[in-house]
Design a protein around this ligand. Structure first.
Ligand SMILES: C[S@@+](CC[C@H](N)C(=O)[O-])C[C@H]1O[C@@H](n2cnc3c(N)ncnc32)[C@H](O)[C@@H]1O
Length: 266
């Protein structure tokens, strides 16, 4: 990767940390860490760690006797993660080929990454491989798009004003929204005591415009979709009217997620 490509990725990752982590992702890290039963002294891996919000939560739980690592495919995300928490071990790699030996970790956690992997089943095999016997897994995915009317309305708006590619980029985070299918995949990978729990959560962007602009200028380019300024202005203009029906007065709205847990007994 050239220096300028890396700089572009770092700028996008800083925007992700500033806009999306407080609005969407931050609230899930304590829940995922709790369901993985992370204890003082544990060795923990965060897969698809992004800028590291869940790995930082894990550090606060393992205390000084433990060890936390984060793996992500994006060097830009990892650069920002390392600025925020230099003492965590950050490694570039894919979830489908984790850069760790067998039976290295007491717990493997991952939030809102599984739906983006080229091969989610291979990634689950890898999570099992790097866990010690009796090690714990906790994986979070968003609930289905149909359960989040604000995003469903934004997807429709994008389909109408920017086309299918743009709409699909916003559908992508929600594609693993079936709890039964998620549990089946995790059991198929060889985990025992598989359980999915569904949790209420809130999206808290400061305004509708901020939310949609973060998607158009932040999320879509990460998914390879770049809109023109004219398209962006038209979508932002219409979004104010369309999304108002689906958000509270402070622009917040309900956004639930499934957290699947499992244990490695074999
Ligand atoms: C929506 S972000 C979630 C990041 C983080 N877990 C959080 O809660 O903020 C999805 C992350 O998955 C990473 N990712 C996508 N495909 C990957 C793969 N095959 N292996 C590792 N990381 C991947 C992306 O680089 C991105 O950082």
């Amino acid at each position: 990767m050239s220096d300028s490509d890396l700089q572009t990725q770092i700028i996008a990752a800083r925007a992700y940390e500033e806009s999306f982590v407080p609005a969407l992702f931050g609230q899930w890290a304590p829940r995922v860490a709790a369901l993985a039963q992370i204890q003082p002294g544990n060795h923990v891996l965060d897969v698809a760690c992004g800028t590291g919000v869940l790995a930082r939560e894990a550090v606060s739980r393992v205390e000084t006797s433990g060890f936390v690592a984060g793996v992500d495919a994006s060097p830009g995300m990892l650069a920002v993660a390392a600025e925020l928490a230099p003492l965590i071990e950050w490694r570039e790699g894919t979830a489908e080929a984790l850069p760790y030996n067998d039976q290295r970790f007491d717990a493997v956690v991952s939030q809102f990454g599984l739906m983006f992997f080229n091969d989610p089943d291979q990634a689950l095999n890898e999570m099992l491989r790097v866990l010690k016997k009796d090690g714990r897994l906790a994986v979070a995915v968003w609930a289905s798009l149909e359960s989040v009317p604000a995003y469903a309305a934004e997807v429709e708006l994008l389909e109408r004003l920017a086309g299918k590619l743009a709409a699909d980029a916003l559908r992508a985070p929600f594609v693993l929204g079936s709890p039964d299918e998620l549990a089946q995949r995790i059991a198929n990978a060889g985990f025992d005591e598989v359980k999915v729990t569904t949790h209420a959560g809130m999206a808290r962007f400061p305004t509708i415009r901020f939310m949609v602009e973060a998607d158009l200028r932040g999320w879509l380019p990460l998914m390879g979709v770049n809109l023109t300024e004219d398209q962006i202005e038209q979508i932002l203009h219409e979004a104010e009217h369309v999304l108002r029906n689906y958000v509270n007065a402070d622009a917040s709205f309900e956004l639930g997620a499934h957290i699947c847990t499992g244990t490695k007994h074999r």
